[in-house]
Design a protein around this ligand. Structure first.
Ligand SMILES: Cc1cc2nc3c(=O)[nH]c(=O)nc-3n(C[C@H](O)[C@H](O)[C@H](O)COP(=O)(O)OP(=O)(O)OC[C@H]3O[C@@H](n4cnc5c(N)ncnc54)[C@H](O)[C@@H]3O)c2cc1C
Length: 395
């Protein structure tokens, strides 16, 4: 077997960390370059988990995944007035972005997790890849894995024509300690992923671990995701102009959404959402907003350089599979490098077709799910095609 390559990973979030861990375990020397100067912030928001997101914990770490996830036995739909109109046994797993990130970062060598290392440029030739950081330093590697997310600078350089497409709606998000909900609301929401269909879209709520990782019902957080349409132009510009008057492109973090928008969101919740769900929005001190974009790419492999996760395809969140796709890209890269005896160019050429196919099917499926919910209003409780899943509904 050839020596395994020296690998640089751009971006130290869930996709980048998973790639770094599995390539390190294969025998690669791996450095992660993360722009943020501190360990990534407690984002607090929930994520649906698929086996691929927790595969590293399950196969390669001592961590018991039952310590980071909440398994919910029910899927339910509530009407706007709060009656349960549909219920089905379902086994979905949820956690918080923060809990998964913390678990992964603990598994990686902290000296090689280089915080405050923003990649400014990179180039490659027959012998390797050179990465230039914003601080002026350069690193020479055999292979570069770009996991720099939806606003990927690597994608902009490698595929300048791949543009993010606004889906026509945003996600309002909110979390509140379950202990702050009225007892009847807590009981209604505690064991289920709960949906409510709305005049323009839908809202869902599920419990996630508390910020310090508590999984005990009553001590967790209730996590809300509400998809609402905003026309591109004035309506979206106004929402995305934060409290300091700056127009933000992708998201308004907690504490930055203007008070009039928060007040409007709460009024809308009172008028249209099942009361236990509206209560989550009311009691959350700092609802925040993420604009929903998706991105299609024609390529993911460029000689010795790969795009993975949201840096390649970014998909709408309706299948709850964004992190699972990033991790699937990472694990497949490990297999390809092993099968190519450590030759990065051969590995990436073999890796790309399947990951393009995976990204495309997820992109198309989540576009369809989003359009049906937000614009055609053809979501029907219990429709099996709406199930969460990376490889297909419920898979
Ligand atoms: C409303 C909403 C709900 C979602 N729900 C779910 C869900 O339930 N389940 C799920 O699996 N997914 C969900 N997702 C998607 C998920 O958050 C993303 O798919 C996932 O975070 C992508 O991971 P990533 O590692 O590819 O990129 P990111 O998490 O975006 O990380 C990119 C990293 O790269 C770093 N970076 C960027 N540029 C540079 C640079 N030049 N140099 C160095 N570092 C750099 C950034 O600081 C960041 O840490 C949701 C998304 C949204 C918007």
């Amino acid at each position: 077997m050839n020596a395994m390559p020296r690998v640089g990973v751009v971006g130290g979030s869930i996709g980048g960390l998973t790639a770094a861990l599995v390539l390190h375990d294969l025998g690669c020397e791996v450095d992660v370059f993360e722009r943020s100067g501190t360990a990534l912030e407690a984002r607090g928001a929930g994520i649906g988990l698929h086996p691929m997101t927790t595969r590293y914990f399950d196969e390669s770490s001592e961590l018991d995944t039952t310590l980071v996830e909440i398994e919910l036995p029910w899927l339910q739909f509530l009407s706007g007035s709060g009656e349960r109109i549909y219920q089905e046994r379902m086994s979905y797993r949820f956690s918080s972005w923060n809990t998964i990130y913390r678990g992964l970062v603990r598994c990686f060598d902290e000296r090689r997790y280089r915080l405050g290392s923003e990649v400014a440029d990179f180039g490659q030739d027959d012998r390797g890849v050179t990465v230039g950081l914003k601080d002026g330093s350069t690193h020479t590697l055999d292979m570069l894995v770009c996991a720099d997310g939806i606003s990927s600078g690597a994608r902009a350089k490698l595929l300048p024509r791949a543009e993010a497409r606004y889906a026509g709606y945003v996600a309002w998000r909110a979390t509140v300690p379950e202990s702050e909900l009225a007892p009847a609301s807590f009981e209604m929401l505690r064991d289920a992923i709960t949906y409510c269909l709305l005049p323009s879209g839908h809202v869902l709520v599920y419990p996630i671990p508390s910020l310090d990782g508590d999984l005990e019902p009553g001590r967790r957080l209730a996590n809300l995701v509400w998809y609402h349409n905003y026309d591109e132009g004035d309506a979206l510009d106004d929402l995305m102009t934060d409290r300091s008057g700056r127009r933000q492109a992708l998201s308004l973090p907690p504490g930055t959404v203007r008070a009039e928008h928060v007040a409007w969101a709460r009024e809308f919740a009172d008028a249209h959402m099942a009361p236990p769900i509206a209560e989550v929005l009311h009691r959350s001190p700092d609802p925040f907003v993420q604009v929903i974009y998706d991105i299609d790419v024609p390529r993911m492999a460029f000689g010795r350089i790969a795009l993975i996760g949201d840096a390649a395809f970014a998909v709408r969140p309706h299948a709850a599979a964004g992190t699972a796709k990033a991790c699937a890209d990472a694990w497949a890269l490990r297999d390809a490098l092993r099968d190519a005896n450590g030759d990065p160019v051969a590995a990436l050429a073999g890796w790309e077709p399947r990951q393009l196919a995976l990204g495309r099917q997820l992109l198309e499926r989540t576009r369809d799910m989003g359009d049906r919910s937000q614009f055609h209003r053809s979501w029907v409780p219990g429709d099996p095609s709406l199930r969460l899943g990376l490889y297909g509904p419920g898979r």
